[in-house]
Write a protein that binds this ligand. Structure first.
Ligand code: NDP
Length: 296
């Protein structure tokens, strides 16, 4: 079998278009959703993410507020900024770019964000609501994965899903979303015994580990859907001395020979993450104003 390649770029572009259309309708009611992104320090990867988020926010017709703070910003000053953004009526979503410098307790900062503006979905209130099946703001990467799965398969009820990784930002919320879709869900992690055998049960296999090429074709059930969340920078001497490239947690060639559908890295799950940030900003804007949650 040769897997269908899931085009995350195209899916993200289509999602952004649907978001843009809904934002256009809201504008007629005098509402323009706003996203505030806070960057502390000068981590080059974070700067790239923040630029990209701001650009896409504006392209979708929303307002973007960028707050760039020096690397030596105190926890108190960052908490004060979060407090001001919580109170700002023009701000519907607040995203504090991680990682934060060592002098700042990230947990404390994330918990200070108003859960109604928590477009990353990391606040314990939103994590709890997701776990209990209540409406919530859902972390962007797993939300993007779910949208790709729904596009591909429609109804996911009854499917066996295996999620490798149990982080709060990907693995756990992914498992909660798949449970809500009535999949039979297994969460695997570093202590899981015989991981290849566990993975071979999966109709849906999600890899969110951070280990380049860990999942190989012999771990994959023929015809399964494989979503590769991993983003790993590896050295690529074939591109020239000192060059690097990005690879996923899945060994693409061997898995694509067995799977029914598979996401590439780059161009798979990644583009959906930022598009889902915009979706969450729109959702937050609607929910805060008592408007119906947009169906995207
Ligand atoms: P974490 O490091 O927080 O979690 C990794 C998980 O993988 C842990 O639960 C860990 O298990 C598990 N794990 C580690 N080694 C093994 C192993 N040998 N076998 C089985 N499980 C293992 O990572 P994140 O969840 O934050 O990110 C995962 C990957 O996804 C990274 O590559 C990251 O860059 C990428 N990512 C991509 C995004 C995107 O937009 N596409 C967004 C966010 C992340 P244990 O809990 O037992 O330690």
């Amino acid at each position: 079998m040769t897997a269908a390649i899931i085009d995350g770029k195209a899916a993200a572009a289509a999602l952004r278009q649907r978001i843009g259309a809904r934002v256009g309708e809201l504008a007629k009611q005098g509402v323009t959703p706003g996203l505030a992104v806070v960057l502390v320090g000068e981590n080059p990867a974070s700067q790239v993410y923040v630029r990209s988020k701001a650009k896409q926010t504006v392209e979708a017709g929303m307002r973007s507020f960028e707050h760039k703070l020096p690397a030596d910003t105190s926890e108190q000053d960052l908490l004060a900024l979060v407090g001001r953004l919580n109170a700002d009526e023009a701000v519907d979503g607040i995203l504090v770019q991680l990682p934060l410098p060592a002098q700042i307790n990230a947990e404390l900062v994330l918990e200070a964000i108003d859960p109604r503006k928590d477009v990353d979905g990391f606040h314990p209130v939103n994590a709890g609501r997701l776990a209990s099946g209540a409406p919530s703001l859902v972390p962007c990467t797993p939300l993007g994965c779910l949208m790709l799965l729904r596009d591909l398969k429609g109804d996911l009820a009854g499917l066996e899903a295996v999620v490798i990784g149990r982080s709060n930002i990907v693995g756990k919320p992914m498992a909660a979303l798949l449970t809500a879709e009535s999949c039979t869900v297994t969460i695997a992690h570093s202590k899981t015994r015989d991981l290849p055998a566990v993975c071979r049960r999966a109709d849906i296999l999600v890899a969110a580990v951070g280990r380049p090429g860990m999942v190989t074709g012999d771990w994959v059930k023929p015809g399964a859907i494989v979503l590769d969340v991993g983003i790993n920078r590896v050295s690529a001497p074939e591109l020239g001395e000192g060059k690097t490239r990005i690879v996923g947690d899945v060994d693409f060639a061997s898995c694509a020979a067995v799977a029914g559908a598979i996401t590439p890295v780059p161009g798979g799950v990644g583009p959906m993450t930022i598009a889902c940030l915009l979706a969450n900003t729109l959702t937050a804007a609607c929910m805060r104003r008592g408007l119906p949650k947009p169906v995207l």
